[in-house]
Unconditional design. Structure first.
Lengths: 326, 298
């Protein structure tokens, strides 16, 4: 029996009992559902109904979301306000988990704000030093002089993590959600078991900072602080280690996860930067798509050389020609 | 009648309901491996005993949450090796010679570990690495995470097979599929790169395949029974048992962070006068004797 037909038999035998089981479980869940916040109208698994929880928590309109960010001085304050509004959030039930399984890929250009227009410098409202830095780097970039820490196999760090390409997985468990990006095997851990951030004495800058969160329905709200300084993307502004951010994650339909993001950084931003990131489900009907270990150092295209202009470039980098059938 | 229906359809598999019969002793588990020619044969036998296995979801999934570390913490693939420099594996003459040549070089302080270049350990060495681990069962995939170099194994339990032969090539962590037998996870892994089981341990070839049975045996311990098959290097399958112990974290302050291998200055690798590699200026806490100072050439 082939692997595929074997799996079909397993699937068929499992499903034959599950219809009746669902009827019985549904009867039980109606009788036993607690009246906790976010549970009173628990949405169907992984559907747009889950997004309605987030919609109730935050406004739907972009201008209103931007305005919401402006009413708070920090990501921590916005997060606390959202948590209060959600009644503290509600732990996920093992039998009512959002289904975010599969592979996902970001939609949009290599800029932190997917809505940024081609002729715009940035949509962020920058402080003078950050603005001057961005203008200088853009001028160098126009001359082909650009340095990206990823060239040395460094991870992108957060919040740039939100905007990088390649495959992603979003792994939901009751106490912890893992947000994975294939690039450099980046794994963000979001603790949703009620813990707080580490004590200030133990906090130091990290590539991905420290993330805690809560669920309201199938909406995940995250606060991240304790990050290392970095850049939002190539040709995007820099940020400082004072940055903190709030994210609201929702699966809005079977093929789409959206994240509303408010970034606060008193050193570089005049006001919070609101952006929306979108991730699309990657088709994998036969299950043959895999994510392997990303060993940056083994790719010969990752040999970095210094050019005559003092910039860095990949040694002997070649793309495959579109008509190359080999 | 309704209660009977509810009881029937809300049945949750338990470890006790596992169908695969595992013998109790290491000798018997070793012998079990020898009754099958390949890892795939052993895996299919287990699958048959488990009637194809189950797909767990929701409350059926075992709770493997928390942070674990290998126990005992030594660097031998077989924890029963003790102080014997030679493991109990039955090596082919070629790999036995290769192994003893390696031991001779190590005696002369000549040793190269690919981890020095920030390469991942690869499976099955993955099983033996120190540091922190997380084991994350989800309905269709179980993630086995090792902190070191952000090393994540994915075990597909959604019924898919391995990738077609035409698409296979050696990978650090290979390709792993599995099924649930009660609350035991049975895994078959192929498509691996060649490597070594650990420093000062034998090498294996890219024909290596493994079968693992993972089980949480009490509140603090997860064990993995492992059979390794590798015709070029092993005369017979090598059975070992790995154990991982859950760390106490009452304040929930323990975190796993991104492992950027290159940013630790202890990871700057230099070449010694003897041709070996060594970390530059590597220091342990004072309680531990300082290692010999390496040469300064790069």
């Amino acid at each position: 029996m082939s692997a595929r037909s074997r799996s079909s038999v397993i699937r068929a035998s499992f499903q034959s009992g599950s219809v009746s089981a669902l009827v019985a479980l549904a009867a039980l869940s109606i009788a036993c559902t607690p009246s906790s916040p976010g549970a009173g109208n628990t949405p169907a698994r992984g559907t747009a109904a889950g997004a309605s929880q987030g919609a109730a928590l935050i406004p739907a309109d972009k201008d209103a979301k931007v305005a919401l960010g402006l009413t708070y001085k920090s990501g921590a304050e916005l997060y606390a306000a959202l948590k209060t509004k959600a009644g503290g959030g509600a732990p996920l039930s093992l039998d009512d988990m959002p289904d975010w399984s599969g592979f996902w890929q970001r939609v949009g250009p290599p800029l932190f704000d997917p809505e940024q227009k081609r002729d715009e410098l940035t949509t962020a409202k920058l402080k003078p030093d950050a603005l001057a830095d961005l203008q200088h780097r853009r001028e160098l970039s126009a001359q082909g002089i650009e340095y990206d820490p990823l060239s040395n196999c460094s991870p992108p760090g957060f919040p740039r993590w939100l905007a990088i390409p390649f495959l992603r997985e979003f792994i939901v468990t009751p106490g912890q959600t893992y947000l994975f990006s294939e690039t450099m095997n980046n794994l963000r851990r979001v603790y949703t078991d009620g813990r707080g951030h580490p004590p200030a004495a133990d906090a130091y800058p990290l590539w991905y900072g420290d993330s805690i969160g809560f669920w309201t329905g199938h909406t995940l709200v995250i606060h991240t602080s304790q990050v290392q300084a970095g850049i939002f993307h190539r040709n995007d502004p820099k940020y400082s280690e004072q940055l903190d951010a709030v994210e609201v994650w929702n699966k809005v339909d079977e093929g789409t996860v959206v994240v509303d993001v408010w970034v606060y950084d008193p050193e570089t931003l005049v006001e919070p930067w609101f952006v929306r990131q979108t991730y699309k489900h990657v088709s994998n009907p036969d299950g043959s798509l895999r994510v392997g270990y990303w060993f940056c150092g083994e790719n010969p295209n990752n040999t970095v050389i210094q050019t005559d202009k003092g910039t860095s470039q990949f040694g002997d980098f070649t793309f495959t020609k579109p008509d190359d059938k080999q | 009648m309704l209660l009977a229906a509810i009881a029937l359809f809300t049945w949750v598999p338990t470890a006790a309901s596992a169908a695969v019969s595992l013998p109790a002793t290491k000798a018997e588990l070793t012998a079990l491996g020898k009754t099958h020619k390949t890892a795939w044969d052993l895996y299919k036998d287990f699958e048959k005993q488990a009637n194809g296995g189950q797909r767990l979801k929701g409350e059926q999934l075992p709770d493997w949450s928390g942070t674990y570390t290998r126990d005992p913490p030594g660097l031998y693939f077989d924890i029963d090796q003790g102080r014997n420099p030679v493991p109990p594996a039955k090596l082919t003459p070629e790999y036995d010679k290769r192994f003893h040549d390696k031991l001779d070089r190590v005696k002369n302080k000549i040793e190269f570990d690919p981890l020095s270049n920030c390469a991942p350990p690869g499976h099955p060495r993955w099983l033996t690495e120190p540091f922190l681990r997380e084991f994350v069962p989800t309905p269709g995939t179980t993630y086995l995470i090792n902190e070191m170099v952000n090393d994540i194994r994915r075990i597909y339990t959604d019924g898919r097979g391995h990738v077609p032969e035409a698409d296979r090539y050696p990978l650090y962590d290979g390709d792993s599929i599995g099924f649930w037998d009660g609350k035991r996870l049975v895994i078959h892994t192929n498509q691996l790169r060649d490597g070594q089981y650990q420093r000062s341990q034998p090498d294996y070839s890219d024909q290596v395949e493994t079968v693992e049975i993972w089980e949480k045996v009490d509140d603090k311990h997860i064990v993995a029974h492992v059979w390794v098959y590798d015709p070029p290097s092993l005369v017979e399958p090598w059975y070992v048992k790995q154990q991982y112990t859950k760390l106490d974290d009452p304040q929930r302050e323990l975190r796993i962070r991104y492992w950027d291998c290159r940013e630790n200055q202890n990871n700057e690798v230099i070449q010694t006068d003897t041709g070996s590699s060594q970390f530059r200026d590597f220091t342990f806490d004072k309680a531990t004797p300082t290692p010999p100072t390496p040469a300064t050439s790069r």
